[in-house]
Every structure is written in C-alpha cells, then in structure tokens.
Design a protein around this ligand. Structure first.
Ligand code: 5AD
Ligand code: SF4
Length: 444
C-alpha cells in the first residue's frame, strides 16, 4: 500500500496563530505516517488542506478567495482532494456555507476532531463520499498524534487547549472550547523526546498558559510546570505564550528569574491602555495594574523583552481612550507588538455594542499606533548595538545564504557571519548594527 502511494503529495496552507500552526504540523505528521510527502507547490499536490482562522474577518476572506481559485485546479485534476479545517469551521453555519459555495471541497472538519483526518481521507478515497464532521464540544485530550515539525532546532509544545476568558471581541472560546491542560508527564515526555532528537528550544503554547493545571488531578500550576521543564537535561531554552495580564503571577516571574533555561521574554497582550475599554473588553485589569506588573517584571528579570497584542477601534473607543493606549505603549517600551484593527465577529458581545468606530478613525489610529510601536522596537533593538549576546542558530539566513540566522534569549532575530557553525549551535555574537526588525552581527 505504502509503495503504491509513494509519490502522493500534500500541501497545507495555515492561517492564524501558533495553535493552528501546531495543528498543521500534526496533520502533516499524520499524512507522512501514512506515506504522503509534503509539497511546497499547491499545483503539485494530491491533497490540499486549508487550516483556517476566524479571529479577524480578513483571515476569513483570504480562505474564501483561495477556495475559489481551487475550482480551476480541481477541474484540471478531478482526483484532487480538498480539505478545509480549523477555527472557521467551528462557527455556526460556516461549513454549510463553504459546501454550498465551493462544492469541490471533499472534507470539512473542525478544531476538536483533526486527529480523525486519516479516517476521513480514507472514506473519501474508498467510498467517494464528501465528509463533513464537526464536533461542537471539546473531546478528551488526544495524545500521541505524530507531529511533523517545521524546524529541527525549536519546537512548539501545546500544554493546554481552549480558553475560558471570553474577552468580548474574541471568538476563540467559542471555536476552541473550554480550557483543559495536558498532564505534566505527557508534556515532559514530549520534551524529552524532542531533546533526544536534537531539539534545543521549546515554546509552550496555550491561549492562557497561566491557568495551566486547573482541573488536573496532580498538584501543579504553570510555575511548577516551568520548574519541572527546566530540569530536562539537554534542553537549552524554554519560552511560552500567551500570558494573560490578569493571571501572570509572581511565581512565574520568579521561575523565569531563577531557572536558567527560561528565556527572558514575555508575551503579555494588553489590548488597550484605556480602563474604560479594558472593562468593556472584559479583561479584568487596569492600565495601572498592567504597568505595575510590567515594572515588577522589568525589575526582577533584567534584559527581559516584552511583546504584546493591541487592538484599535474597539466599539466606543474615543480619541482619549486611544491616547491612553499610545501613552501605555510609550511607557512600556515594547520589543515588538502585534497591532490589530478591531474586527466585528458574529455572536460576540462586542459585535452587538452600538457605538462601532468608523473605519476612517480606526485606520487613522492604527497608523499612529504602528508608528509609536516601531519607534519603541527600534529603540529596544539599538540597545543591543556593540553588545555580545548568545544566539541559538537556526540555519542559513533566508535572504543571504552567506549569513546564519538565529535568535537571542529574549527573542530577537539575528543575522550574522561566522565559521564552522551549524543549526542548533549556541554562539556568542557581537551585534554590530540594529535594524528595525532584526540585528546584524559577527560570531566571536
Ligand atoms: N478584532 C481584532 N483583533 C482581535 N484579536 C482577537 N479578536 C480580535 C478581533 N475581533 C487579537 C487580540 C488577540 C490576538 C490573537 O488577536 O489582540 O490577542
Ligand atoms: Fe481570546 Fe481573550 Fe481568550 Fe485571548 S484570553 S483567546 S483574547 S478570549
């Protein structure tokens, strides 16, 4: 059977966050384990999978556009199998909408049943049916799904799924279900296996990693998990995301301070600097408490890099509210920030709020926010000029094969020259120049 399928190829397009990327790595792992190989050219593939995101409207529109384009490909190649999965499929009515607009889609599944993909594929191939299966509730955590990782140096490791926070703008709790944590022994085992394969860095993933452990029988929380992971021999670096400012506590800050493998980097989405808006977003902290937390983090973890997510144009946001956000950005001095224009999402509380902000105001604020963020990013990068910093080498630089590329402990991208260097090495690099989104250096 495997012999016969030797040349079959798949192509996966992934939209959205690291969670989706990790799910795609699992789809890829499952396909490889049944004999498929990966293609980077969509035209060359026998199976095309679109792993979708619905956090903002523009991600959804891209999926519709790409599905439309596949019609021609499918006409030329009728045996092509098209599968659509991910967060968009968990929205009510979306799967049917896709099937009626794009009847050439063969398989539709959601975020809770991706592990069943090989079974769906088999049904399409043997029975010639169209498969649509979406679980509207989370299942038990399924362990042991093979993962085909992009990198051979660093890996994502999911420690918990779902979110209970219900920020009023966000669809994630509806499409990813309630919070549930993996057992620490399963996480440690996965990390030990990664280290045995030569991996040096893990990024622990969860929508709200700080509530890790709730509901498990063992006596564990996120700080304790971090300390356990720090004991894994041969592992060099540990990062994690995402932290909710209401839940990031001193235990975690001290764990980072005291454990050598925990990198000095925290992704701490603030969303807004206005207390009025934070309340309407259901975020459970204030600008002042956030700034206090930032101050504590900076005091306890020297050289820490702070990154964030910010939304402009949330319903009811006034110019004054926006100026509070700008003020916060200037006070924190982020190392980088993902900036978003508020996007109305069906059935979320914010979508029903009456005072939606006009598009022109949203865009005007967005431009000013990006400018403020960029100023801060450049300033933070400049602090590295002339300094020597440890870089974990990921391989050759994408744009210049004479250079190597890697990241500092606090997450900065460095392109550098050097000799006798390979992926997975930890190298001391002297930074000669800071660019807006990367550093340039020379290995010592
Ligand atoms: N509109 C704009 N941005 C959003 N995010 C989540 N929902 C929305 C929305 N409806 C952003 C938040 C979150 C990040 C992953 O996406 O900033 O932290
Ligand atoms: Fe969405 Fe808020 Fe949960 Fe983050 S914490 S996934 S923004 S509901």
């Amino acid at each position: 059977m495997k012999e016969e399928m030797k040349d079959l190829k798949y192509f996966i397009e992934t939209w959205g966050c690291q969670m989706n990327e990790e799910d795609s790595e699992k789809l890829s792992g499952m396909l490889k384990s049944i004999g498929y190989s990966k293609s980077t050219d969509i035209k060359d593939a026998d199976i095309i999978i679109f792993n979708t995101c619905c956090v903002r409207e523009n991600a959804e529109n891209k999926v519709f556009g790409n599905l439309g384009e596949l019609k021609h490909l499918k006409k030329k190649k009728p045996e092509l199998i098209v599968a659509v999965c991910g967060c968009m499929m968990q929205q009510e009515g979306m799967a049917d909408k896709i099937l009626s607009k794009f009847p050439h889609v063969n398989i539709i599944f959601g975020t809770h049943n991706a592990y069943k993909f090989p079974e769906y594929l088999n049904r399409v191939k043997t029975e010639g049916v169209q498969v649509k299966e979406i679980f509207n509730k989370e299942t038990e955590i399924i362990e042991g799904v093979p993962i085909d990782r992009e990198s051979s140096v660093k890996a994502f490791v999911t420690i918990m799924y779902g979110c209970n926070n219900f920020c009023t703008y966000c669809v994630v709790p509806y499409v990813r279900g309630r919070e549930r944590s993996r057992k620490s022994e399963d996480i440690i085992k996965e990390i030990e296996d990664l280290v045995a394969k030569g991996y040096k860095e893990v990024t622990l993933l969860g929508q709200n990693v700080n509530s890790y452990g709730k509901g498990l029988e063992e006596d564990i929380d996120f700080a304790k998990l971090l300390r356990k992971i720090n004991e894994v021999q041969g592992l060099e670096r540990v990062r994690f995301m995402t932290s909710h400012p209401k839940d990031l506590n001193k235990d975690v800050i001290y764990a980072i301070k005291e454990c050598d493998k925990l990198c000095e980097q925290i992704h701490l989405p603030v969303q807004s600097g206005s207390n009025r808006i934070l309340k309407k977003m259901n975020r459970h902290y204030t600008k002042e408490s956030y700034l206090e937390l930032v101050e504590l983090i900076k005091k306890e973890i020297p050289g820490v890099s702070l990154t964030t997510d910010i939304i402009v144009g949330f319903p009811g946001e006034t110019e004054e509210d926006f100026l509070d956000t700008l003020d916060l950005v200037q006070k924190v001095q982020y190392d980088s920030a993902f900036t978003f224009i508020y996007s109305r999402r069906n059935n979320t509380p914010a979508d029903m709020m009456l005072n939606q902000v006009p598009d022109a105001d949203k865009h005007h604020r967005f431009d000013r926010l990006v400018k403020a963020v960029n100023e801060s990013v450049i300033m933070k990068n400049k602090e590295f000029e002339g300094k020597v910093t440890e870089v974990l080498v990921e391989g050759f630089s994408k744009n210049d094969e004479t250079k190597f590329t890697g990241r500092t402990r606090n997450g900065k991208l460095v392109n550098f020259t050097g000799e006798n260097i390979k992926a997975g090495d930890l190298v001391n690099v002297k930074i000669v120049r800071a660019q807006p989104f990367s550093l340039v250096g020379e290995a010592l």
